[in-house]
Design a binder for this molecule. Structure first.
Ligand code: CTP
Length: 397
């Protein structure tokens, strides 16, 4: 939920709007409150503008300046429109396309999902006219946040009480998530370098920052996936708190974490820069610089991607990376086939702006049918979007 227009109607339940705005802001949303003129009798615009950090809109025109509040722009800006509380009067207007206030104009202009949380007295709620209006709104695709049952402002006891702000947030979040293209898909992502210990203070590592893998994990989470991120040592921080992060240091630890999590996953994106070699033994004490030179005996690490390629079941999607300096496409195709991948993301160190520690990347995706798509130089966030679009294509196949 990024841009939320919160419509507030004239109902005693408008007092709950203050908490609702607070919770929306806390969840990271940008909130624009639009009130019906009657709603201002129940809660002040000042309260809501302070909480939402935005001026509250009520009228079509700002009389002092002669400016108009552009309802079409607002309708387009909104990712979702929540009308809470939605009074019986507003529901009737929505159902019939009446447009006598700014909120109704925004509603009619909105192209985004519309949620409404009715609040009214028991008998008004039960009235056939209200029920017919609700059915009509649902037939338009608007989504009802059911009212609760309990004591009503009139003193009656029954259905009609606006859902509590926490319930509104939970309902909308669950509904938004359920409709995302990767909802309920478990996806494993690896990111960053691995460090292979030489002694207690030294290691063999590489320049990977983890930026690309973290950007992919964030984008997958934004698209609704349940993401497990296996991260080598990296200063990056995920934007989405739904991402389950497993910190590892060495290639062996990364292998263990991947093997444990790959089984139940729909896809795995292996963007980590895993060490290919690790010291045969780790010195227990810090190695002293006594001799003119010394050598470290190393052994091959397990190729995690190849291992997952062997374990891959039909329907699972495996994505690898290839960072090349020469014979780029041939090497990438070899890796794609040898490691049993669905597609490989090739980035060449010869491309300016691509590679380790940069904020940009330039990739070519080669799939298992050897179809090749070359992309422009883009921010790593936009590259992540391209990779995730490809993953969605494969999942839908
Ligand atoms: N990879 C892996 N485990 C390793 C080494 C690499 O899972 N031990 C994965 C990387 O995460 C990447 C892909 O394999 O997705 C390609 O890695 P790269 O180092 O470019 O290729 P290698 O297969 O190791 O071959 P080479 O180093 O010879 O280019």
């Amino acid at each position: 939920m990024r841009n939320v227009v919160l419509g507030i109607c004239g109902s005693i339940a408008a007092y709950k709007s203050a908490t609702l705005v607070r919770l929306l802001i806390k969840s990271g949303a940008n909130v624009q409150v639009v009130m019906t003129p009657d709603a201002t009798n129940f809660i002040t615009p000042l309260t809501l503008s302070t909480l939402s950090k935005n001026p509250v809109l009520v009228d079509y025109f700002v009389t002092e300046t002669g400016e108009w509040n552009n309802h079409v722009e607002l309708g387009l800006w909104a990712d979702i429109l929540i009308i809470a509380p939605a009074s019986a009067n507003t529901l009737a207007k929505m159902a019939n396309g009446l447009c006598d206030n700014l909120l109704m104009a925004v509603y009619l202009s909105a192209k985004c999902p519309v949620y409404f949380a009715p609040a009214m007295d028991l008998d008004m709620w039960k009235h056939s006219a209200t029920q017919a209006n609700i059915s009509k709104l649902q037939s338009f695709g608007n989504i009802l946040i059911p009212p609760g049952t309990g004591e009503l402002a009139s003193g009656l006891h029954g259905e009609g009480r606006m859902a509590e702000p926490e319930e509104v947030i939970a309902f909308v979040s669950a509904d938004v998530k359920k409709k995302l293209p990767l909802a309920d898909q478990k996806i494993l992502v690896t990111a960053g370098p691995t460090y292979e210990a030489i002694d207690p203070v030294r290691f063999i590592g590489n320049h990977s920052s983890g930026k690309m893998g973290f950007a992919i994990a964030d984008e997958l989470a934004r698209l609704g996936a349940d993401v497990t991120l296996v991260a080598g040592p990296s200063a990056q921080i995920s934007k989405h708190n739904s991402i389950k992060r497993i910190d590892v240091t060495s290639a062996a630890e990364m292998l263990d974490a991947c093997l444990q999590n790959f089984k139940g996953s729909k896809a795995c994106v292996m963007s980590a820069a895993v060490a290919d070699y690790t010291p045969v033994s780790v010195a227990e004490q810090k190695i002293k610089k006594q001799e003119a030179g010394f050598s470290i005996e190393v052994k091959k690490t397990t190729d995690i991607l190849s291992e997952l390629g062997k374990q891959k079941k039909p329907g699972q999607i495996l994505v690898g990376f290839a960072l090349e300096t020469n014979n780029e496409e041939k090497n990438a195709v070899d890796k794609l086939q040898k490691k049993n991948l669905d597609f490989i993301v090739l980035n060449s160190l010869n491309d300016a702006g691509a590679g380790f520690k940069k904020d940009t990347n330039k990739i070519t995706i080669i799939d298992n049918k050897l179809q090749k798509t070359a992309y422009d130089l883009k921010s790593k966030e936009d590259v992540a979007r391209d990779i995730c679009t490809k993953i969605i294509e494969f999942i839908k196949k």
